[in-house]
Design a protein around this ligand. Sequence first.
Ligand code: HAM
Length: 409
Amino acid sequence: MITALRGMKDIIDDASEYEYILNAAIACAKLYGFNLIDAPILEETALFRRSAGESSDIVGKEMYEFVDKGGASVCLRPEGTAGVVRAFIEKKLDRTSGVHRFFYHGSMFRYERPQKGRLRQFHQFGVESFGEKSVYEDAAIILLARDIFDALDIRYELQINSLGCVNCMPKYKEKLNAFLNAQNNLCDDCERRTKTNPIRTLDCKNDTCRKIYENAPLIANFLCDECKSDFAALQDILTFSGVMFSHNKRLARGLDYYNKTAFEFISGEIGSQDAIAGGGRYDKLVMHLGGKPTYAVGFALGVERMYDLINPPRREREGVYIGAIDSEAIRDIFAYAQVLRKRVKTFVEYEPKKLAAHLKNADRMNAKLCAVIGDEERADGAIWIKDLLAGKESRPNLNEWLTRDFRSA
Ligand code: HAM
């Protein structure tokens, strides 16, 4: 038997959870003025190397990268931001004024070691906002994520940090580098990060490294005046908006493109892979990928990580099931279904069956109405109906019934 690849899952048992999360996220994003963007899943490998950064685990270890039949090096997207930025620049939106806000959802691919909450193909819902310098936009993006979690009744802890900017980050990196170079017990990942992006060392999960970093210099003590005042303003807006958060001074995020605001939503109820959403500001990325300098901020949430945290409402009985007792009536009920489908969800049974079998089928399909045509109904121009919710039977005139208002069915 051919099975799905390791770390890849069908959305089948979790389909209602998936739809429930996505619908809530889309509804919230639209209320904040975000519009759909759907970038390709496959992009040039260089796009991810340049955006996520060579030092990130995503690029260093996890890319689904291959050479296509034309000899191009391509990669299944490990995250959504890079493709959206590429599309933004390609559409020349960086040359227009105003703010552009997008939301997206779909599969992302990372060749990680699969475990609970960590898949190789997973689904993100994300938003990206371009062209807004104000820290109010960072706050709005965090509030949007908060609204999605509230809509889904998910409890979370919000951690924020400021990663500084081109003015203050280099000075901090110098200090941090000096500190890291004086250590000799770092894990392999941190040795690599020390050379590529030292800030990423600080949120290492390795116990020895964590102990060492207790004494490491922190960006919070090196922020320039602008970063300091933006970060203070962000905290003020969040507090004023009733959002609980903590300042995690070691929060660095797994991708290299962030500056200033970085944040993560953590759940205490799903085990070690506890980040349910993450994001921040990335004001340099558009320029770095060849566009005009453009302010940008966004976040993405991991759909699968939220499955265990939600209770989708039970699906109520819905729609009409229609069947016939004799084979001569099958063509008729097939035609009636076309009429019904203009207004109501309709299941048709193509095989003639006894009434009891139809009732069983309708129940299995969670239909509200079971409609059956037998000999007598055909002779009388009638149809036999059982409302499976109310438990009531009736035998209305067929033509009248077909033109009924089915809004409650
Ligand atoms: P990220 O933190 O790498 O950020 O991923 C966002 C979310 O995707 C995580 O918080 C987590 O819930 C989920 N996730 C990540 N990896 C996996 C995995 N292997 N299996 C299941 N879920 C996973 C980004 O991707 C950025 N593009 C977010 C962003 C948008 N920043 C600015 N704009």
